[in-house]
Structure formats: C-alpha cells, structure tokens
Design a protein around this ligand. Structure first.
Ligand SMILES: NC(=O)c1ccc[n+]([C@@H]2O[C@H](COP(=O)([O-])OP(=O)(O)OC[C@H]3O[C@@H](n4cnc5c(N)ncnc54)[C@H](O)[C@@H]3O)[C@@H](O)[C@H]2O)c1
Length: 379
C-alpha cells in the first residue's frame, strides 16, 4: 500500500498536513495518531456518507486503538442551520468531551463546515479533523479553516476561522459520489486553473473528461494540485483580506443564482460557481479585459466535461430578472462602500479583483445573459 501524498498548509502554530491518496479511511487511525491528543474521537457524518464509508473509518480507528462515537445527521444544506447546529453541540457535550477530544468530519462541505464550526465554539475551541468525501470538499472546503452555518439572512453568515489539525482526502470515496456532485466539485478544480495556473487548465483540457469519467490517478493528481493551490493562498491570506478573495472567482454571480433558486438541489453550489466563472469570463471579454477566444475556450471545456454554461441549463429555473440578481450581488460579503466587487480575468490563469464595475454595465450584461436569445448562443 503506497504512502499518501502529503502537503503542508503553513500557518505557524496552526500549520497542518493534507494527506491525499487511496485506502486512507482504512488507515485513518495511524494517520491521525500523531496529531490527536486523546485516543478517542467523535465522528460527525451524514446518513448518505455513513452508509457508504463510516464502517471503514471506524475499522481504521479501531486498528490504532482509537475509541470513537458517531453522530449522524440528515444530508443536505439545511443541516447547516441553527437547529442542527444546536442539537449537534448538545449531543457532543452529552458524550462528555474534554478540550483534547477531537471531532472528525466525515462527509462533504456541509458536514465539514458544520463540524468545524462546532469545533470552533465547543469549550471555546477544540481540535477537529477533516475527512472530505466529495470532490468539492477535497479540493476546497476542507482546506483553509473557514467554518460556518447558514442564517435566514443568507448562507455562511455565522461562522469562524478555525483550522483543522489534519485533512485526510481518500480518493476512493469519490467512487460512490453521484456524477452531478462530482461535476459540481470539478468546477472548483478548474477554478484554480482559471485564477492562477494556466498550465493546470491546459492539463485539465486533456485530463478533465477522463477524471470525470472515473480515472483515480487523474483524480488524485487534480486533488493534490488544487489543495496545493488553496494551501498557498491560505498561507499568505488566512482571513481573506487580499489574495484569498481570488478564490471567490465566479462566486458573486454564483451566489446570486443560488439565492434566486433557493439554495437547493435545483442548482448545486459548484454548478453555480461554474456558471459564475463563465459569466466572469464573458463579462471580462465584453469589457475588453480578456481575449474573446479565451472565454470561448472556457465554454468549450465546459461542454467537454459536462458542466453547465448557460442559465437555461438550470433545471426548472424560471427566467432570472437582472435586477433580482443585482440585488443579491449587492448584498455579497465582499461589497465595500456599496460597490460590488467582482473577480474578473485578464486571461485564463490571470484573475484579478475588480472594484470599479459600473452598475449599469453589469445590469446590461445580465439583461443580455438572461434574455431568451442567450440560450441560442453556441456554447
Ligand atoms: N468552508 C469553505 O471554505 C467552503 C468552500 C466551498 C463550499 N463550502 C460549503 O460546502 C457545502 C457544499 O459541500 P458539498 O458540495 O460537499 O455538499 P454536501 O456536503 O451536501 O454533499 C453533497 C451530497 O453528496 C453526498 N455525499 C457526500 N460524500 C459522498 C460520497 N463519497 N458518496 C456518495 N454521496 C456522498 C452528501 O450526503 C450530500 O447528499 C456548502 O454548504 C458550501 O457553503 C465551504
């Protein structure tokens, strides 16, 4: 059995390793032993993931003599709300934890964000480990320490920066992930190419379709490359005051679409990000900031892997009204002095923070994108 590849997130006393490889759940006890302070852990997971992967993780902990208890929550974004958070922390306290008792988040971004926030607040902060099982959580949400729950006022509005003590990304777990979820995670993979790494995008143009189809080696390489990109950004800007904002490429448009579709299965977060990134490239091209040929290349890649590129590809979605989208974009956490901040691109691999986009320009762009004729455009 080969050793997992290891990457370090350099954050001084809060530094930690990301381990990526195959068969890691079964070896989790040995992989966690060096970083946990007690031979006991509490696993938090959701029903879907628990059915498929909890037994392997438990056996892996047993093998290293690590005692464990599990709390299983319903799947889905609504689990990231106050009600489930309150019950989760009370259930954990009822199990009798100490400061040295780590939590293990086994699941996608929902479980990771919720468990991370529970760890940030329980006893004023306890350790936790991320064991991400979706592509999105392996390449994005498990790294960087952003933890949160949702409020009635919006997603991720109540949270904390709290870094995990280790991330264990077992590529094998992706084999059970529904294709649509895998593709949504792929949007975050290709994002790293779009923002800073043109060579990675070049590689994905060939590797992407095979990776989506199931090639485990390519998946491992893509997860490693994505985690390295995220780790590098987090190391220089842990609290998202500068460079880390680039990771929000496509997210301002994406959040507006998610808000309009009600943050549900109609539009997955990664699908919204994919659409948002495509919009960002086309807006950049329209403003003369980026070659139109590069925006077209983005569209071609989406078609090759199966990512949605047009707003009318969102199932059951009514026509979006530009004013509604703009209203959501104005409420974004990145709004400064009333101005919408967008991440735009000069080229594939060269994204930048744009704070001076006129509202009128944006409204006209969104009007064209939401017009029925937009769907007739070649992808
Ligand atoms: N903290 C961050 O930096 C950050 C970054 C991006 C996204 N997020 C958050 O992540 C969340 C989305 O994460 P997600 O896309 O992983 O969604 P998710 O956690 O809801 O998982 C998606 C679905 O896949 C199922 N699933 C998970 N792993 C599986 C597996 N291996 N096999 C079969 N089914 C599996 C889950 O039960 C769920 O139904 C959002 O709440 C978003 O806000 C956080």
């Amino acid at each position: 059995m080969s050793a997992p590849a290891s990457l370090r997130v350099e954050l001084g006393a809060r530094s930690y390793d990301i381990l990526v490889g195959s068969g890691l759940l079964a070896r989790a006890g040995g992989l966690l032993a060096p970083v946990i302070r007690q031979k006991r852990a509490i696993i938090v997971s959701d029903e879907n993931v628990a059915k498929l992967h909890l037994a392997t993780l438990r056996a892996g902990l047993d093998a290293a003599g690590i005692a464990h208890q599990s709390i299983i929550l319903p799947p889905g974004e609504s689990t990231k709300g106050f009600a489930h958070f309150a019950k989760l922390v009370e259930d954990i306290l009822a199990l009798g934890i100490e400061r040295g008792t780590p939590l293990i988040a086994l699941g996608g971004g929902v479980i990771g964000d919720l468990t991370g926030f529970a760890a940030a607040t329980l006893l004023r902060g306890i350790d936790y480990v991320q064991v991400p099982t979706t592509l999105l959580s392996q390449v994005d949400s498990s790294v960087g320490g952003k933890t949160a729950i949702d409020s009635a006022h919006g997603k991720n509005l109540i949270g904390a920066f709290h870094q995990p003590v280790r991330v264990i990304a077992d590529i094998d777990t992706l084999a059970t992930l529904p294709r649509r979820e895998l593709l949504a995670g792929y949007a975050e993979v290709v994002k790293y190419g779009f923002i800073r790494d043109r060579a990675f995008f070049d590689w994905l143009e060939t590797a992407g379709p095979k990776l989506v189809e199931g090639d485990a080696d390519l998946r491992r390489d893509a997860v490693l490359k994505s985690c390295a990109a995220k780790a590098a950004v987090v190391a220089v800007d842990e609290r998202e005051t500068g460079e880390r904002q680039l990771l929000n490429f496509g997210h301002t448009f994406g959040h507006a679409l998610e808000a309009e579709t009600g943050f549900c299965d109609t539009l997955l977060h990664g699908e919204a990000v994919a659409l948002g990134m495509r919009l960002a490239f086309d807006l950049s091209a329209q403003l003369g900031l980026c070659p139109a040929a590069s925006a077209a290349r983005v569209r071609r890649h989406y078609a090759a892997v199966g990512l949605p590129a047009r707003l009318d590809q969102i199932a059951n979605a009514r026509r979006f009204a530009p004013a509604d989208l703009l209203r959501h974009m104005s409420r974004d956490k990145k709004v400064r002095d009333g101005k919408i901040t967008l991440i735009l691109a000069r080229e594939i691999g060269d994204a930048f923070i744009a704070r001076d986009i006129e509202r009128g320009t944006l409204e006209a762009f969104l009007a064209a994108e939401t017009a029925p004729a937009a769907s007739a455009r070649p992808s």
